[in-house]
Design a protein around this ligand. Structure first.
Ligand code: M6R
Length: 605
């Protein structure tokens, strides 16, 4: 996600801003930039790629001087990663520069309006409208122009603005995006994230929605949405840099598990209008296809297995899911009537890219579900839907997976609507359940302390099984992978009904079997499998829907998760499994964020 920072004081702003941007690097980004006020003009430097590229540019510009400035790391949303789309953005008259974290939902409308007045836009970003509108509204009073500008903005923002005509002054404003002011002596700061501040000051002001800060070297004034000055408390923090980067969590994995409600919301909400699923980016005629083929690797493949169930169930079209490393060498049968869905968090997985090229050569249409904007898969696909999960740092994916499943479900409902294979009532009910996923994910996270206790009870099981049927089986695949990749314990996911065909031989007294029981249509069947493993001495930890009483008679331990449509259950039931994997790995002293032998993005075969 984007990060913003700013400085005003007596020292050169450039090195301070660059240091702040380095601190924000962990969040993930694709480009960076800084702007300073100097000699009555605004000077800017931008670079695609690493902050170190920006540092190189800065070091080659000895005249890049100024004691007040703003900086930004960009995670592309509107427009590809490029120097032009990188922040800061400058107004056409060169008087103002802005950095922005968030999304301006009504940018197209404002942009069209300003273009009518002859204002030329340089970038593809939503952000540029802020600075152009500000310059348009400016009649000599910086604060007034800013207040007028933000009153037009819908969506979310944390912004920092400087003006060539107001040396030493920064305005910062916030709505639904984090913003902190750092208070120093003779110098002040702002940032979207505590990490960019803690090495300079530990005294901060937490900005609330609708507030605007006027920051000068000697003072910070905060105004409410009507422009009246208000008193704000200064909070002293005692975080060190390392903990700040993880927002106080011990590991990125836990931070990302906890971010899932927000990631789901960001992925789902912008695509639902008037209770309908709208994919502006998808001009696709589903009637053209007689089959769907899903391909991906690892957890993304597991998301695909869930997607197969949802699409087949709602669209009544044959769907296959296959790991990309197999598909690429299998000479699969497909043609121009095949829709291939490739799924990838990073958008850079080598096997997935190769499989997708193979499918394209065979004439298939490729739709990508990707998290990283502008990644290779996003660019190569015919169509692309982004999960808006934000950067994922931990090697074990969590919010990447749940947002992929949510987006696949939305696609399935959208496609079923087009194919008329879903009734109005079922469509409306799925949309409601999809919209409620963030809140239900939040409630599933409330199981945190209970899951921790269960992990403390079971962490020394050297070999585990995850079982389930139908959608539960698809979720079991992911639950098992999560556990094995970070705890290094042997774990297998099995279709519950398949156990008796051989694997049940491995069940012995004390063996832990995690039984996923949210697919209620087949609940009784899964219960009989639970009884079979219990009869052989296994201990059973069951995950079932709230309200399920009978499961307590079958399992040794039970985790109840919020009820949702059975097709969506994997999004919710995986959450306690992610927590379980996390705590088991912790109990076993494993390196949770960087498990041995694994890489975040597998860009080689
Ligand atoms: O970036 P991708 O989604 O394409 O990555 C695919 C897999 O490498 C990835 O899901 C991997 O399985 C993770 N370690 C799972 O946590």
């Amino acid at each position: 996600m984007c990060g913003i920072t700013g400085y005003t004081g007596v020292n050169q702003a450039g090195p301070i801003l660059l240091e702040g941007l380095k601190r924000l690097e962990y969040r993930g980004y694709d480009s960076a930039g800084i702007a300073v006020q100097g000699d009555n003009e605004i000077k800017m430097l931008k670079a695609t790629g690493k902050v170190s590229h920006l540092v190189d540019k800065f070091e080659a510009e000895p005249d890049f001087k100024g004691v007040c400035g703003i900086g930004h790391t960009r995670w592309a949303t509107h427009g590809i990663p490029s120097d032009t789309n990188a922040h800061p953005h400058l107004s056409a008259d060169g008087k103002f520069a802005v950095v922005h974290n968030g999304i301006i939902e009504n940018f197209a409308e404002i942009r069209a309006e300003l273009q009518k007045y002859g204002i030329e836009f340089k970038s593809e970003t939503d952000t540029e409208v802020i600075v152009q509108l500000l310059a348009y509204n400016y009649k000599g009073n910086f604060k007034k122009a800013l207040m007028k500008t933000i009153s037009r903005l819908n969506g979310s923002y944390a912004i920092g603005v400087i003006s060539a005509e107001h040396p030493g002054t920064i305005f910062a404003a916030k709505l639904s995006s984090p913003l902190l002011i750092g208070v120093g002596i003779g110098e002040n700061y702002f940032a979207s994230d505590i990490t960019a501040l803690v090495s300079n000051t530990k005294d901060v002001i937490d900005m609330d929605d609708g507030e605007v800060a006027e920051i000068t070297p000697d003072a910070v004034k905060v105004y409410d949405h009507s422009g009246n000055e208000i008193n704000k408390e200064i909070r002293h923090i005692n975080w060190d840099i390392a903990s700040a980067e993880k927002s106080g969590y011990e590991h990125f994995m836990m931070k990302e598990i906890m971010e899932q409600p927000q990631a789901l919301k960001a992925t789902i909400e912008p695509r639902i209008r008037d209770e309908e699923i709208v994919f502006e980016e998808l001009d696709l005629d589903m009637k053209k296809f007689n089959r769907v083929h899903i391909t991906a690797c690892g957890s993304a493949y597991h998301a695909g297995c869930v997607g197969r169930g949802i699409i087949e169930s709602l669209c009544r079209i044959p769907v296959e899911a296959e790991v990309a490393s197999e598909l690429r060498y299998r000479d699969p049968i497909m043609d121009d009537k095949t829709l291939v869905i490739v799924i990838s968090q990073s958008g850079e997985t080598a096997d997935t890219i190769a499989a997708m090229k193979e499918c394209k050569e065979k004439g298939a249409t490729v739709l990508a579900i990707v998290n990283v904007v502008g990644s290779s898969i996003a660019k190569l696909a015919d169509y692309c839907l982004y999960t808006w999960a934000g950067p994922e740092i931990a090697v074990a994916t969590t919010k990447g997976y749940t947002t992929q499943v949510a987006l696949l479900a939305m696609f399935a409902v959208w496609a079923a609507g087009q194919l008329k294979t879903i009734s109005h009532g079922a469509y409306a009910s799925m949309v409601i359940d999809i919209m409620r996923l963030p809140e239900r994910a939040q409630r599933a996270l409330d199981l945190n302390s209970r899951v921790k206790k269960l992990a403390e009870k079971y962490y020394d099981n050297q070999s585990l099984f995850f079982i389930g049927r139908n959608m539960d089986y698809a979720a079991a695949l992911e639950g098992s992978l999560k556990l094995k990749e970070i705890s290094y314990l042997h774990s297998e996911a099995y279709a519950a009904g398949e156990l008796k065909h051989g694997t049940i031989a491995l069940i012995e007294p004390g063996r832990l079997v995690v039984a996923l029981c949210c697919y209620e249509k087949l609940f009784e069947k899964t219960v009989s499998n639970i009884q079979q493993v219990k009869a052989r001495g296994a201990r059973v930890l069951a995950v079932a829907h709230e309200g399920n009483r009978s499961i307590f008679q079958e399992a040794d331990d039970v985790l109840l998760v919020p009820q949702t449509d059975p097709l969506l259950a994997p999004v919710i039931e995986i959450i306690p499994m992610q927590l379980f994997a996390y705590y088991v790995a912790k109990e076993n002293g494993c390196d949770i964020d960087k498990p041995k032998n694994l890489a975040k993005s597998v860009t080689v075969e």
